[in-house]
Design a protein around this ligand. Structure first.
Ligand code: IPD
Ligand code: CA
Ligand code: CA
Length: 265
């Protein structure tokens, strides 16, 4: 394992311990509302702090982009951190959430870790080195037809600008696939796509930290990722389509008729 990936794994496991401890008594946590339907707990903050400590101890000069504390430092290496992806699930005791850490080097995704502390599932990828679940190599599924595919997604829940477009997409998707699921952690949805548990995934308006590690996982597992126009702006627009090569193109085709101009990125 590359030393930088190793440090990211150490940081993710440290966050996992904090999350698991917090999960034992969610009702006692202090919870703040960042906006409509946007909650953050002290666990998110503590986990993020622990991750940043581990990363900066090893690499004091690296830059950070973290969900709760924002941007710091300037370097060709930037760590992108979501300490707890799936906070709403976590706060309800619904066991589907994860820590996501990725490293961008000169703007290119080079390493990614997604750690599910409930199942002790560690998903890792380094550019050109494949994707792994614990110690096993993972690959996207071999399914070729959308009608046989299980597709992951996320509903709009904070910003309803694109709700009508989304409902159109969902309507078509439930009619043309074997099933659609909304588990509630975009990072895990992408990790599951990499591991072949999902055949594809789409969502509107995610943040860079939700998807950075997951995109690398999907690509290293042999899948494809793009924005809704088939281009590479997904990390900045947060509009994302991912899947096995065959399913990916059918997903794009199904979504395209529902795109308003502002979604064509
Ligand atoms: C959220 C989860 C969810 C997705 C949201 C994200 P958070 O992240 O990934 O699945 O639908 O758009 O914001 O807020 O729990 O870190
Ligand atoms: Ca998130
Ligand atoms: Ca989060």
């Amino acid at each position: 394992m590359h030393p930088m990936l190793n440090i990211a794994v150490k940081a993710a496991r440290r966050a996992g311990q904090i999350i698991n401890r917090g999960a034992q008594d969610v009702d006692r946590l202090t919870i703040h509302n960042k906006g409509v339907n946007d909650f953050v707990s002290e666990v998110d903050h503590m986990a993020e702090k622990a991750i940043i400590e581990v990363l900066l101890e090893a690499y004091p000069n690296h830059a950070i982009l973290a969900e709760e504390s924002g941007i710091s430092g300037e370097s060709e290496f930037q760590w992108i951190i979501d300490p707890l992806d799936g906070t709403t699930n976590f706060l309800h005791g619904f066991p589907q959430y994860a820590t996501s850490i990725a490293l961008l080097h000169k703007g290119m995704l080079s390493h990614g870790v997604i750690y599910d502390p409930v199942r002790n599932d560690l998903f890792t990828a380094s550019r050109g080195q494949g994707a792994f679940l614990n110690d096993r190599r993972i690959r996207v599924s071999k399914r070729v037809n959308l009608k046989d595919a299980l597709i992951g997604t996320g509903f709009p829940f904070r910003d309803f600008t694109h709700l009508d477009a989304y409902m159109g997409m969902l309507r078509d998707m439930v009619q043309t696939t074997a099933g659609v699921r909304r588990p509630g952690s975009a990072a895990l949805d992408l990790a599951y796509t990499a591991a072949g548990r999902f055949d594809g995934f789409w969502e509107i308006g995610l943040s860079t930290w939700d998807i950075a590690a997951g995109c690398l996982l999907v690509q290293e597992a042999g899948g494809l990722v793009s924005d809704f126009s088939g281009n590479e702006n997904y990390l900045s627009s947060g509009n994302i389509v991912a899947g096995t090569p065959k399913i990916f193109s059918q997903l794009l085709q199904t979504l395209t008729p529902h795109l308003s101009d502002s979604l064509k990125i």
